[in-house]
Design a binder for this molecule. Structure first.
Ligand code: SF4
Length: 229
């Protein structure tokens, strides 16, 4: 296997709602979201590197201390060995995958093994490239949405409510995704900086705005959650 793994956190309580997990951070991403706060995985030269075998051994060691493993990034689906890696981890613990949805072919394979998938929806279709920071093939994003709805064992779509988005944008996204199981509106955070430094100057919205958007679109989903407020 030849994954680029840049980080491992053995005890995360924030990466899989309601679970204590080990989190694996893959290196590299094909998006350049200006609000990204994992930008060191995206733009900086890779520092420490972990072998897959080392990660698998550490997950085995953790045993009953963790409920599962979250594989995040960066963008995990960029790695050609991601499916084999997930297959191996899945022999030990349930697996959650975080993705930006830009690689539906790989995602389709991963859905055979993943227990939970969280896909970012960066913006309504008309503003996608602004919030992803690169040209985006929206058909691929749409295909990932449909694959997840059809094949994921469990899933969420989630949007960071970056203050450049409006409540109408969240409503637009909700009409795009309907019907879906779960939608999460995440609070924007500048902690640790952002890929585009000008986004670090933005003030997170009042949680009331997030809750009010959630109330407005609740009927489109089995569950609508406001997170990180
Ligand atoms: S926030 Fe955007 S740039 Fe950052 S890791 Fe996720 S998809 Fe990549």
């Amino acid at each position: 296997m030849d994954m680029l793994i840049a980080g491992f956190k053995p005890d995360s309580m924030v990466d899989w709602r309601g679970k204590i997990v080990a989190t694996v951070f893959t290196y590299g991403c094909n998006f350049r979201c200006p609000f990204c706060h994992n930008f060191y995985l995206v733009t900086e030269k890779m520092g420490e590197r972990y072998d897959e075998e080392e990660i698998i051994a550490r997950v085995e060691e953790l045993g009953d201390w963790i409920d599962g493993v979250c594989i995040t990034g960066g963008e995990p689906t960029m790695h050609k060995d991601i499916v084999d890696f997930v297959k191996e981890i899945r022999k030990i613990k349930p697996v959650k995958i975080d993705t930006n949805g830009s690689n539906p072919d790989t995602l389709r394979e991963l859905l055979r093994f993943a227990d939970y998938v969280a896909m970012d929806i960066k913006a309504p279709k008309g503003r996608y490239e602004e919030l992803a920071g690169v040209p985006v093939n929206i058909e691929k994003i749409e295909r990932s949405v449909q694959l997840i709805k059809k094949y994921a064992r469990d899933y969420e779509f989630r949007t960071t409510f970056v203050p450049v988005l409006k409540k109408e944008d969240i409503v637009d996204i909700a009409s795009w995704l309907v019907p879906s199981k779960r939608y999460v509106i995440q609070q924007f955070s500048t902690g640790g900086g952002t890929l585009d430094p000008s986004y670090s100057q933005l003030k997170p919205l009042d949680p009331i705005v997030l809750r009010s958007a959630c109330e407005e679109i609740r009927g489109n989903f089995e569950e609508c959650i406001v997170a990180n407020v």
